[in-house]
Ligand binder design. Structure first.
Ligand code: ADP
Length: 644
C-alpha cells in the first residue's frame, strides 16, 4: 500500500489546534490518556481470548510497555491489546471526532474563545492529548490474527495525516511521541515514574519500562574503585502497583486515589461529585465502586454517550463496559466498577441479559445509589441540588419506569413552587408539610419557565387563596406526573386541566352563589359558544380566574397545552386537541358582553368579541392563533372605534 495522505476533518483540526495551544495546564495527563487507551485495548483483547485461544497464543503476557529513546527524543506507549485495522485507525483517530467533541467546539465558538473551566472538565481529548507534548505522533497497530500486516498512522498535527501499510510482528498498538524541544523532561525516568504512580497506579495491567542501572564498584567509604569496570544492567520494571481499588478496604483508599481511578475509567477530567464503595456478601457476593459525576459528559445525550457506564469484572477480569442490564437507563450517568465472584468468566452478552445474578446485582446497585441520593438530600442539600440540576431530569424518568422504586424516586424530586424563590427548590414532602390538611390535592402547573408560569391566568384563584402550586418546567415533567397519581394520599392535579374545586367548608353558600351567577351569565356563555362553534370543546364560567377575562383549559385526561407544544416542537403529527374556554363571570368585559347579548343577540360585535377572547386565551397559553391577520384587523377596528 502506498502512503495515503488524508486531511483531518475540520473539527479534528480545530481540536488539535486547541490542544496544541495548551488547553490543559497539566501536560502530564497525556501519558494517562495513552495508558488508559492501551489498557482498554488489552481489556478487550483479554475478553476475546476467553473465547478465542489464538489471541492468547499470539502474545499472552498482557502489559503496557513504555520505551524511551533519548537520542531520538521519543517516548512510546506499546500495548498487546486488540489493535486496530487500517479502517479503524482512519475512523478512530483523525476523521471523526465524536459528537461530544463537535458540540464542545460549537460551544467554544459561542464563548468566543474564552474557556470556562467547567466546560473543559466535561470534555476529554484522549489520544489528541499527545500533541500537547509532541510535534509528531506515529501509531503502528495490528489486530490479532496470523497476518503480520499492520498500519502506520503519522501526523505532525497540522492539517493532515498519513496512513501506510507496514509489517508488525506482534498484535497491539505502539504510539510513539516525538517530543517537542522543551518537553525533554518526559524522557526522564523519575518523571515517568511519578506520572504513572500518580495517574495510573491502579491500572490492572502492568505498566513496565526497561530501567538501565549503572553499577560502579565502590570501596567501604563509598568511593569508586579506580580501574574497576562499571557494569550496566537493564531490567524491565513494573511501575504501577496494579492494585484494584475496589478490592481494597475503604479506609485504605485516599480521596485522591478514588478520583484518579474515576478519571481513568470515565475519561472525565473533573473529580466526581460522589463516590460509593461497598461490598455485598451473602447470597450473592460482589464489590462495587460507583461514581456520580459532577457534570454530564458532552455526548451524554448522544447514543455513544451511554457507553462506559459501569464496568463489569468477574474475579478481577474485565468483561465489558457495555452491560446495559447492570443499571436501569435512568441511572445511566453512574460510572464505576462491579466485580462479581459468582459469575462465570466466559459469560456472553446474551447470557448477561438473562442472568439472574445480574438482576440481583442490579437491584442492589439501584437501592444503594438511590439511598445515597436520599442521604445526600437530607444531609447536604447544596451538593444534592448540584446533582439534581445536572441529572435530575434523567433520574425522573425512573418514576415512570421503575415501579419497585417509585416511592423512593418520588422523594428525590425537587421543583420550584409558588412559595419558593426563583432558583430554590422544594421536595414533595416539604410541600405536603406546608399544605393545610383540608387541601384536596397537590396542585401543579407545567410550562416552559417560571416567569411564564407566574403570569398564567390559571394561577389567579390559587394565588388569591394562598394555595401553593408546583411549577413543573422540565419537558419530561408532563410525563413524570402521569407516573405519580397520588402522593401521601393526595392526588396530583394540573391546575390547567379539568374542573377546579377550591371551595372549603362554606360549600352550600358558594354553591348557591355559583348557581346564581351561572344563571345570570347563561346567555353570554351560550352566545360565545355559538360564535366559536366547533373550535372548542365547550365554553363555561371559570372558578380559577380572578383577574383575567378568560383562559383555556384542557379536559381532565386530555393532553395539556404544554405537552402539545412540546410534541409540536418535536414535529410530531397530532390532531389539535379541542379545549374548554373558561370565562371570568365578574370581569367587566364579560359583563359588557352580557349587556350586548341582552340588547340584541344578533349583534355581529358579539361574534367579533368572542373571536378576540379566544385568540387572547390562545396567546396567553402560548399557542399560535389560527388567523393572525383577522386578529389584527379586529384589534384595529376596536381601537378605531374606541378612539372615535
Ligand atoms: P476515547 O479513548 O475517549 O474513545 P481517544 O481519542 O483516546 O478517545 O481514542 C479514540 C479511539 O481510538 C478509541 O476509542 C479506541 O477505539 C481507539 N484507540 C485509541 N488507542 C488505542 C489503542 N492503544 N489500541 C486500540 N485502539 C485504540
Amino acid at each position: 500500500m502506498a502512503v495515503k495522505r488524508r486531511k483531518f476533518k475540520t473539527e479534528v483540526q480545530q481540536l488539535l489546534d486547541l490542544v496544541i495551544h495548551s488547553l490543559y495546564s497539566n501536560k502530564d495527563i497525556f501519558l494517562r490518556e495513552l495508558i488508559s487507551n492501551a489498557s482498554d485495548a488489552i481489556d478487550r483483547a483479554r475478553f476475546l481470548s476467553l473465547s478465542d485461544e489464538d489471541v492468547l497464543e499470539d502474545d499472552p503476557d498482557w502489559k503496557v510497555k513504555l520505551y524511551v529513546d533519548k537520542d531520538e527524543m521519543t517516548i512510546t506507549v506499546s500495548d498487546n491489546g486488540v489493535g486496530m485495522t487500517a479502517e479503524e485507525v482512519d475512523r478512530n483517530i483523525g476523521t471523526i471526532a465524536n459528537s461530544g467533541t463537535r458540540k464542545f467546539l460549537e460551544q467554544l465558538q459561542e464563548q468566543k474563545g474564552s474557556l470556562p473551566p467547567e466546560l473543559i472538565g466535561q470534555f476529554g481529548v484522549g489520544f489528541y492529548a499527545a500533541f500537547m507534548v509532541a510535534d509528531k505522533v506515529t501509531v503502528v497497530t495490528r489486530t490479532a490474527g496470523p497476518v503480520d500486516e499492520g498500519t502506520r498512522w503519522l501526523s505532525a498535527g497540522a492539517g493532515s495525516y498519513t496512513l501506510e501499510q507496514v509489517t508488525k510482528e506482534r498484535r497491539g498498538t505502539d504510539v510513539t511521541l516525538h517530543l517537542k524541544e522543551d518537553m525533554a523532561e518526559y524522557l526522564e525516568e523519575w518523571k515517568i515514574r511519578k506520572i504513572v504512580k500518580q495517574f495510573s497506579d491502579f491500572v490492572e495491567h502492568p505498566v513496565t519500562m526497561d530501567i538501565t542501572r549503572e553499577e560502579t564498584p565502590r570501596d567501604e567509604e563509598g568511593k569508586a574503585i579506580e580501574g574497576a569496570e562499571t557494569t550496566i544492567s537493564v531490567e524491565e520494571e513494573t511501575l504501577n502497583s496494579q492494585k484494584a481499588l475496589w478490592q481494597r478496604p475503604k479506609e485504605d483508599v485516599t480521596d485522591e486515589e478514588y478520583n484518579e481511578f474515576y478519571k481513568h475509567i470515565s475519561h472525565d477530567f473533573q473529580d466526581p461529585n460522589e463516590v460509593i464503595h461497598w461490598n455485598v456478601e451473602g447470597t450473592t457476593e460482589f464489590r462495587a465502586l460507583l461514581y456520580i459525576p459532577q457534570k454530564a459528559p458532552m455526548d451524554f445525550y448522544m447514543p455513544e454517550g451511554r457507553k462506559r457506564g459501569v464496568h463489569l469484572y468477574v474475579k478481577r477480569v474485565f468483561i465489558t463496559d457495555d452491560c446495559e442490564d447492570l443499571l436501569p437507563p435512568y441511572l445511566r450517568f453512574v460510572k464505576g466498577v462491579v466485580d462479581s465472584s459468582d459469575l462465570p468468566l466466559n459469560i456472553s452478552r446474551e447470557m448477561l441479559q438473562e442472568d439472574r445474578l445480574i438482576r440481583l446485582i442490579r437491584r442492589n446497585l439501584v437501592k444503594k445509589v438511590l439511598d445515597t441520593f436520599a442521604d445526600m438530600k437530607a444531609k447536604n442539600r447544596e451538593k444534592y441540588v448540584e446533582f439534581w440540576e445536572e441529572f435530575g431530569s434523567v433520574l425522573k424518568e425512573g418514576v415512570h419506569i421503575d415501579f419497585e422504586n417509585r416511592e423512593k424516586l418520588q422523594e428525590l424530586i425537587l421543583c420550584e413552587t409558588t412559595k419558593t424563590d426563583a432558583g430554590a427548590y422544594s421536595a414533595l414532602e416539604e410541600y405536603a408539610e406546608r399544605m393545610p390538611e383540608e387541601q384536596k390535592a397537590i396542585y401543579y402547573l407545567t410550562g416552559d419557565d417560571r416567569k411564564t408560569l407566574e403570569s398564567s391566568p390559571h394561577l389567579e384563584a390559587f394565588r388569591s387563596r394562598d394555595i401553593e402550586v408546583l411549577f413543573l418546567t422540565d419537558p419530561i415533567d408532563e410525563w413524570v406526573v402521569q407516573g405519580i397519581t397520588t402522593y401521601k394520599d393526595k392526588p396530583l392535579k394540573s391546575i390547567s386541566k379539568g374542573d377546579v374545586d377550591l371551595s372549603e367548608g362554606d360549600e352550600d353558600e358558594s354553591k348557591e352563589e355559583r348557581e346564581k351567577l351561572e344563571e345570570e351569565r347563561k346567555e353570554v356563555v351560550d352566545a360565545v359558544r355559538e360564535a366559536l362553534g366547533d373550535k372548542l370543546k365547550d365554553v363555561r364560567l371559570s372558578q380559577r380566574l380572578t383577574e383575567s377575562a378568560c383562559c383555556l383549559v384542557s379536559e381532565e385526561h386530555a393532553m395539556g397545552v404544554h405537552m402539545e407544544r412540546i410534541m409540536k416542537a418535536m414535529n410530531q403529527e397530532m390532531p389539535t386537541t379541542k379545549r374548554i374556554l373558561e370565562l371570568n363571570p365578574t370581569h367587566p368585559l364579560i359583563e359588557k358582553m352580557q349587556e350586548l347579548v341582552e340588547a340584541d343577540g344578533e349583534n355581529p360585535t358579539i361574534k367579533e368579541y368572542a373571536e378576540l377572547l379566544h385568540d387572547q386565551a390562545l396567546l396567553t397559553a402560548g399557542l399560535p392563533i389560527e388567523d393572525p391577520v383577522a386578529f389584527t384587523r379586529r384589534i384595529s377596528d376596536l381601537m378605531a372605534s374606541a378612539a372615535k
